[in-house]
Structure formats: C-alpha cells, structure tokens
Design a protein around this ligand. Structure first.
Ligand SMILES: Nc1nc2c(c(=O)[nH]1)N[C@H]1C(S)=C(S)[C@@H](COP(=O)(O)O)O[C@H]1N2
Ligand SMILES: [Mo]
Length: 221
C-alpha cells in the first residue's frame, strides 16, 4: 500500500496538474486506513485520506439506509436513499480540503440541498442551528441554520462520479463545500434542529467551530 502511494504521488508530480486532477479520481477509491498518522507524511498530493474516528462502521445499503430529520421542527421526517434521489439534485465541484493540509482538487458531488429538507421540516422559531449525527455512533457536527441554508451545502448521495462508497461515508454523507472537511459528516443518519450550535466531535478536541476555508465567507459565523 505505501509503495503504491509513493508511486502515485510521483506520477502526479511528473504529470503536472492535469494528470493530478485525473489522479484524484483514480486514487480516491484507495482506502487509506491511517491509525498511525504516518500516511500524512507521504507526499501523495491530491488523494483523499480515509477518515473515521470509530473502528467498525456498519454498512448501510439502499434497502437499509434511513435519514431522520427531527428536533425543533414542525414535521419530523424519515428519508430513504430513494426518497433523496427522487428530489431535485444539485451538483457542486470544489476542492476538498482537510484542515490537516491535504486537498483533493475539483471533486464532483451531487445530492439534495440541505435547505430543501429544512423547508420540508419547517424549523420552529427558536431553532438556530442544525446538528448532524452519524451512524458510526460517535461523530457529530453542527452548522448555524443560516450556514445550513446555503446553496452549497448538500446531503450528498454521489461523489467522484458515482455512489458514495462506504469508506467515503456512503450511502449518504454531508458535503459542506465552503468549509473544511470535518464539517462534512460521513455516514449521515440524522439532522436535528437545535436551539444553539453544539460543538462537534473535533471541535471538542480543539478544531474551530467556524470552519470556513475562506474567512471572508464566514461573517464571523
Ligand atoms: N463520521 C465521520 N465523518 C467524518 C470524519 C470522521 O472521522 N467520521 N472525518 C471528517 C474529516 S476530518 C474529513 S477531512 C472528511 C474526510 O472524508 P473522507 O474520509 O471521505 O476522505 O470527513 C469528515 N467527516
Ligand atoms: Mo479533516
């Protein structure tokens, strides 16, 4: 695995940006399990790292997957994968950037705008934030309701031109385009409207709650 990574990283350097862009897609399916932290020392350039904070995440299929929207809402709802796929789809193409430094350029994502699910849920007047739960049983993240309503925040069902693989958080994960990768909760199981922003998994461990990659977009949010 490690030799393969070095070879691919080298090809990216030799081939220049066009090849690297292609490589992002080629490399992405490679599963980088990195309990040691050593993988991040290897100059793979634009590869996704495979991240999980838990050991064994259950596998969910189109038949077993469910997304719950609840909390401070007028209408609690449950969506299957087919329900999400039947809604209007939004495609986004952006660099994917982890706060630890790795970037995957111009990744294609598609799915349902979170704002559409929020509209259906009818948030209560006291709700100011959205909390994401993962079926890994541990990971959580939050956005303000204003951030959550941005057009470039989607409940993603597609990534890199196909279904989202299990290791990338499939079948459904968040994609919060303007923010660092840790906001994009993998293995999404719940969207909960809350009275206040609640710190997420990494935020309890020191990451900033405001995760805008470009600070000028943040407006202090
Ligand atoms: N459930 C869950 N979601 C998660 C994470 C995680 O460990 N568990 N890691 C986050 C971080 S820090 C990043 S950079 C991206 C990585 O996505 P990837 O594993 O598809 O590369 O997922 C984010 N979402
Ligand atoms: Mo990350």
């Amino acid at each position: 695995m490690i030799l393969g990574l070095i070879a691919l990283g080298g090809a990216g350097v030799v081939g220049g940006k066009a090849v690297q862009d292609g490589l992002a897609k080629v490399i992405a399916p490679v599963e980088l399990h990195d309990p040691t932290g050593l993988v991040s020392q290897i100059p793979v350039g634009d590869a996704f790292r495979y991240y999980t904070v838990t050991g064994n995440v259950p596998t969910k299929t189109a038949q077993t997957y469910q997304l719950t929207v609840d909390g401070m809402v007028g209408h609690t709802a449950t969506y299957t994968l087919a329900d999400l796929q039947a809604m209007p789809q939004t495609t986004l193409v952006h660099d994917f950037q982890c706060v630890t430094g790795w970037v995957v350029p111009q990744v294609h994502w598609s799915g349902v705008q979170l704002s559409a699910l929020l509209d259906r849920a009818v948030p209560a007047s006291g709700a100011t934030a959205v909390r994401f739960r993962s079926f890994d049983g541990t990971y959580t993240e939050s956005l303000t309701l204003e951030q959550a309503r941005r057009a470039d925040v989607i409940v993603a069902t597609q990534m890199l031109g196909g279904p989202i693989t299990h290791d990338h958080g499939g079948p459904v994960r968040m994609y919060v385009a303007p923010m660092y990768g840790y906001k994009s909760t993998k293995w999404l199981s719940g969207i909960e409207l809350t009275a206040d922003v609640q710190s997420g998994y990494w935020e309890h461990r020191g990451y900033p709650v405001d995760a805008f990659i470009d600070p000028s977009q943040g407006g202090g949010g």
